[in-house]
Design a protein around this ligand. Structure first.
Ligand code: FES
Length: 193
């Protein structure tokens, strides 16, 4: 199991069929389940997807048993079925999604780039680095997710231009505009995928 995935835990849910998501236009990859006003997507392994009736009427009741895991990197709860059964409409008051663990997903700390705007940095390429950062974030559609903050002297004037990547607190010295893309790939490449 990849490190970013939490341990697998069994789940058992009862809910109403709400459609399917197809892969390659024909194979049922996910079954959508409406449970207590929420929709869950449950992955069907190949062997199960072949036995699932794609013409099942939306609103039909299903019981699905399987395993759940949390992809911490993406903050996604993954549900995979090991079996499913059509059932009669149960007593509504007994329905809940409490069998599915609601993992606490830690909010990622905000991403930010602190760039020194004092004269030693600014006049030795800092301004160009700043402009490249702005443009590169715009090009990647990340302007609203990665802030650029101009700061006072970072006490590293002899290594100008200087910047710090947050929340990692990684200091970078002698930064050149040509390094901007590499830095964004390094720190934010998969953060917002
Ligand atoms: S002027 Fe930028 S670190 Fe001092």
């Amino acid at each position: 199991m990849p490190k970013s995935l939490d341990q697998l835990i069994d789940f058992q849910i009862v809910g109403q069929f709400n459609g399917v998501i197809l892969k390659d236009g024909y194979r049922i990859k996910y079954v959508k389940m409406a449970i207590a006003a929420q929709e869950y997507w449950v992955k069907l392994p190949k062997e199960l997807s072949q036995s699932f009736n794609p013409n099942l009427v939306v609103g039909s009741w299903l019981e699905i048993i399987g395993t759940q895991s949390l992809d911490r990197k993406k903050g996604i709860l993954k549900l995979e079925a090991s079996s499913f059964h059509n059932i009669d409409a149960p007593n509504i008051s007994n329905i809940s999604d409490t069998v599915i663990a609601k993992p606490e997903i830690k909010q990622k700390k905000p991403a930010c780039i602190l760039i020194c705007q004092k004269s030693d940095c600014w006049q030795h390429g800092g301004k160009e680095v700043y402009q490249h950062l702005e443009q590169a974030l715009r090009d990647r559609g990340l302007s609203d997710r990665v802030q650029i903050q101009k700061t006072g002297c970072q006490k590293q004037c002899s290594h100008a231009p200087n910047l710090v990547i947050m929340p990692e607190k990684q200091k970078h010295r002698h930064v050149k505009p040509s390094q901007v893309d590499g830095l964004l790939n390094q720190y934010f490449g998969d953060r917002f995928n």
